[in-house]
Design a binder for this molecule. Structure first.
Ligand code: SF4
Ligand code: SF4
Length: 296
C-alpha cells in the first residue's frame, strides 16, 4: 500500500530519504545499523539472547558488537563509500535504551562528525518515557517501538519478565508496566513531532486477532506507521516459542492481518527484518564489506 502522507508538519521532508519510513525512498537511499547496545531489560519468548534483538532484526543472526568509537569510525567509513547512506540506526543487539550511555555516546559523536546523517532508534519501549527528552536533544526524528499487544493478559503470553526499578517482574503485571511505558513514550514523542513506527511481531494464536486493536490504539496515540512482522521461531535458534513448537504465520495469514490493520493505520509492507549491523539498501546487506579489521 502507498503511504498517504498529509504534509502539515514537515512529514514529507522527514520521510523523503528514510528507506524504512517511506516505501518510495527505499529504492534510492541506504541505511545502516550499528550494534552498540548489548543488554536488554525485558525477555520476549521469541528471543534468544545469543542472537540479535528479534524486534527489529532477523532472529538467528549474531552482529558484531561495537564500542561507540568503533561505531562512529564504521559509520564514517560507510558514508565515504556509500553516497546513498542517509540513515544510521541503533537497533541492538539488545535494547538501545537499556544501554543509554553507549547509545547516546554514539549519537552525540555522530551529530558532530556526520551531521547530514539522520539518526534513528528502535526500542522495546520500557525505558522510552525517561529518554524522550534526550532523544529529542539529539535531533532524532524517527523512532521505532515494538508493541505486540495492548492487553496485559496477552502480553503475559509474550513476555515472561521485565526488569523494572531494580526488580524482575513477571506475568501480566510485567506486561501492564511495559504497555503503559510504550504508549506513554509514543504519546510523548508524537507530541514533540517525532515520527514513530510501531513494529508488531505476528504470533499465530497469541496476538493475531488482537493486532487490529493494537493498530487502532497506536494510531490514536500518534503513531505514523505500523510494521507487522512475521514471527520467526526456529527451534535451532533456541527461542522459547520455537522450542514449544509455536509456528510462524503463513504469508497468507500475514497479509490478512496486515489488511485487518490497514483500516486504522498506514501499514509498512517493505520491511526486510534486517540484522542489527545491516548496511546498504534494504534487501541488500553489505555488512561483511565493513568489518572492524578493515576499518581500524
Ligand atoms: Fe530480545 Fe529484543 Fe525482546 Fe530484548 S527486546 S528480549 S533483545 S527481542
Ligand atoms: Fe527498515 Fe525493517 Fe530493516 Fe528496520 S528491519 S531497517 S524497519 S527494513
Amino acid at each position: 500500500m502507498e503511504l498517504k502522507v498529509v504534509d502539515s508538519s514537515g512529514v514529507r521532508e522527514k520521510i523523503r530519504d528514510h528507506p524504512c519510513f517511506s516505501k518510495d525512498a527505499h529504492h534510492h537511499y541506504a541505511r545502516m545499523h550499528v550494534a552498540v547496545a548489548p543488554a536488554c531489560n525485558i525477555q520476549c519468548h521469541y528471543c534468544n539472547r545469543k542472537y540479535d534483538c528479534a524486534n527489529e532484526s532477523r532472529p538467528g543472526v549474531v552482529s558484531e558488537l561495537l564500542t561507540p568509537e568503533q561505531a562512529v569510525k564504521k559509520t564514517l567509513a560507510v558514508a565515504a563509500e556509500i553516497p546513498q547512506l542517509t540513515v544510521l540506526g541503533i537497533a541492538g543487539p539488545g535494547d538501545p535504551l537499556a544501554n543509554p550511555e553507549r547509545t547516546f555516546a554514539t549519537f552525540a559523536a555522530l551529530t558532530e562528525k556526520a551531521p547530514d546523517i539522520r539518526l534513528c532508534v528502535s526500542t522495546n519501549g520500557l525505558m522510552l518515557p525517561q529518554h524522550v527528552d534526550e532523544l529529542c536533544r539529539h535531533n532524532i526524528d524517527h523512532v521505532t517501538i515494538t508493541i505486540n499487544c495492548v492487553d496485559a493478559d496477552i502480553g503475559a503470553q509474550i513476555y515472561p519478565w521485565i526488569f523494572w526499578q531494580h526488580r524482575r517482574i513477571r506475568g501480566a503485571k510485567a506486561a501492564a508496566i511495559l504497555i503503559e511505558q510504550q504508549l506513554m513514550g509514543l504519546e510523548m514523542l508524537a507530541e514533540r513531532g517525532v515520527l514513530v513506527k510501531i513494529n508488531s511481531v505476528l504470533i499465530p494464536g497469541v496476538n493475531d486477532l488482537h493486532l487490529a486493536e493494537v493498530s487502532r490504539i497506536v494510531k490514536q496515540k500518534g503513531a505514523f506507521l505500523h510494521n507487522i512482522m512475521p514471527l520467526i521461531a526456529e527451534p535451532e535458534h533456541g527461542t522459547f516459542f520455537g522450542l514449544m513448537g509455536q509456528r510462524a504465520p503463513s504469508a497468507k495469514e500475514l497479509h490478512a492481518v496486515q489488511q485487518s490493520c490497514a483500516n486504522d493505520m498506514e501499514i509498512m509492507s517493505h520491511c526486510r527484518q534486517c540484522r542489527a549491523d545491516a548496511i546498504g539498501m534494504l534487501g541488500q546487506d553489505r555488512h561483511d564489506e565493513f568489518t572492524l579489521e578493515r576499518i581500524e
